[in-house]
Design a protein around this ligand. Structure first.
Ligand code: ACM
Length: 536
């Protein structure tokens, strides 16, 4: 064994400065790493410069640098710094996430050059630097002499958190955002609205939070009982929601970490909570004034449309990242079927099926969202297809989803992905079999999550750029505690983050497991991984 190690060292020395590809403990695996000769000792006198064109959150950068054990001081001039984060000349390009990280040996001391076109590239260089620090004993820290050339395979790398079913709160969300940043995920999709509860303060409609934020998934039976609607004001669980100031705080926290935040406001279904607060919103509920669980918004009623616009107006002031998720999944059309006004409306407007009515309504939402400079995304039912092939659902015939909508696939056959692409839509792939983090490990093991290909078999080469990326979903029905949430999320989130970042040809599960070891240690120390080591 010793002999082998010596041969390996000699090989490296003989290679001298000649670059070679190696694997360090980086997750996600970069596009390319060239390891050069040796390593350099980090001293307590490092100086750090960040291009002033990129406004950093100093507290965050300091916390990451401190975690590496690098003792440092900020300096205002690049040439004075041992660690330099610079943007290329010219206008910074926010959408370009690529970066290079060059670690050089200057007479036994490190010189680190991070270079990018946009702020996220610099943030990713910081994450890579953090991961590259190697510790020997308790005191000394080294950096390998190397050059990392890196860029993501996919531009959309999302983690979704459902807090309607069970509320976890601000501190937990921040901890998750920290880990997203570590893994170079760039999109936080926040599912704050669903049947059990509405978790977002909307000033114009105070009952949404006063009344409809008191549920959780276990509490839904109670919601089904219309008589006890007002009693719920005095019942457990208490109101649990985000004030608008909390949302602003979390959005800023995410931005400091290179993460955009996309809120999901479900239309027309998964709307029981808001209908519970305001029964006139629901197609069936408005008939008697009592909320019907599983009801759909009566989107043919101008008052209901006005409610949705009012909600979106406030939502857009809170979430400035230019995207709104409109949900659109699992609408139980039987609620519309039971409504005479809805059926009369469809006849008058020559709308053929309830799927078409959904597309018609979603398109009006899309127009409204676009008029404010935002883009709409929704689950793949918004195409009007019968994605789950349910006997009682007729696919759309007369309406066509608005151009420019982003379609998030969670279920249905690959043929539907192809159809959406052929019709010109961009796609995010959240195939539930691979990306649903609430599924048990017996169903979706770490290895299975890792094997996910966001570009499924059967998509033509020319169409592959239409698949923008991947979403990992943490649905909350059976996640009552933070312990459960962490258990389900870690480490599978790392497998999905690498799937979104690393070119498929460079992925290897065995290698990933090896590189994951330091992350497992970090997440065990934080209490995120609490199950038997390595049994995923
Ligand atoms: C979904 O899982 N209903 C998107």
């Amino acid at each position: 064994m010793k002999g082998l190690v010596i041969c390996f060292c000699l090989g490296l020395c003989a290679a001298g400065l000649q670059a070679q590809e190696v694997s360090l403990n980086l997750v996600p695996q970069p596009a390319s790493v060239q390891l050069k000769k040796g390593r350099v000792l980090l001293t307590s006198t490092s100086t750090v410069y960040v291009d002033e064109r990129f406004r950093i959150d100093t507290a965050y950068w300091e916390s990451v640098l401190k975690e590496t054990g690098i003792g440092f001081q900020w300096v205002g001039r690049s040439e004075k710094a041992t660690i330099r984060f610079r943007l290329h000349a010219g206008e910074p390009q926010a959408k370009d996430e690529s970066y290079t990280l060059d670690i050089r040996n200057r007479g036994g001391l490190p010189e680190v050059h991070a270079l990018a076109n946009g702020g996220n590239g610099l943030l990713y260089a910081l994450q890579t630097l953090r991961q590259l620090v190697q510790q020997q004993g308790t005191e000394e820290r080294f950096l390998p002499v190397c050059t990392v050339f890196d860029k993501p395979a996919f531009s959309w790398r999302a983690f979704m958190l459902d807090e309607s079913r069970n509320f976890h709160g601000k501190e937990m969300v921040k901890r998750l955002l920290d880990e997203m940043a570590r893994l170079k995920l760039n999109t936080f999709h926040w599912h704050l609205v669903d049947d059990p509860a509405w978790r977002l303060e909307i000033k114009k409609y105070p009952l949404l939070t006063r009344v409809a934020s008191r549920g959780n998934f276990g509490h839904m039976v109670h919601f089904q009982n219309a008589e006890s609607r007002l009693d719920s004001l005095f019942l457990e669980p208490p109101a649990q929601f985000y004030f608008q100031k909390d949302i602003r705080e979390i959005v800023a926290y995410a931005h400091a970490r290179g993460i955009v935040v996309i809120p999901e406001i479900e239309v027309p279904g998964h709307a029981s909570a808001s209908i519970f607060a305001y029964p006139w919103l629901g197609a069936s509920s408005k008939l008697t004034g009592n909320p019907v669980h599983g009801d759909l918004y009566d989107i043919t009623d101008p008052k209901v449309e006005q409610f949705l616009h009012d909600v979106l107006d406030e939502v857009m002031t809170l979430f400035p990242d230019g995207m709104i998720h409109i949900g659109g999944d699992e609408a139980d059309y039987r609620r519309w079927e039971a409504s005479k006004p809805v059926n009369d409306f469809m006849k008058a407007h020559a709308i053929s099926t309830y799927s078409d009515l959904q597309v018609w309504a979603i398109n009006r939402m899309s127009q409204y969202i676009a008029s404010k400079g935002y883009r709409m995304i929704g689950w793949n039912e918004i195409t009007g297809d019968n994605i789950r092939e349910e006997a009682h659902v007729k696919a759309g015939q007369s309406e066509q989803l608005a151009k420019g909508t982003l379609v998030q696939f969670w279920d249905g056959k690959v043929a539907l992905v192809n159809k959406a692409i052929a019709q010109g839509y961009d796609v995010v792939n959240s195939d539930r079999h691979f990306t649903y983090l609430d599924y048990p490990y017996e169903t979706t093991s770490l290895e299975k999550a890792y094997a996910f290909n966001p570009v499924p078999e059967g998509i033509a080469q020319k169409d592959q750029p239409k698949i923008l990326g991947i979403g990992a979903q943490m649905w909350g029905e059976f996640i009552p505690t933070s312990e459960r949430l962490y258990y389900q999320t870690f480490p599978r989130i790392a497998a999905l983050a690498e799937t979104g970042w690393t070119p498929r040809a460079k992925k290897s599960y065995q290698d990933f497991r090896k590189r994951l070891a330091p992350f497992e240690k970090i997440w065990m120390d934080k209490g995120f991984i609490i199950h038997q080591k390595g049994k995923y």
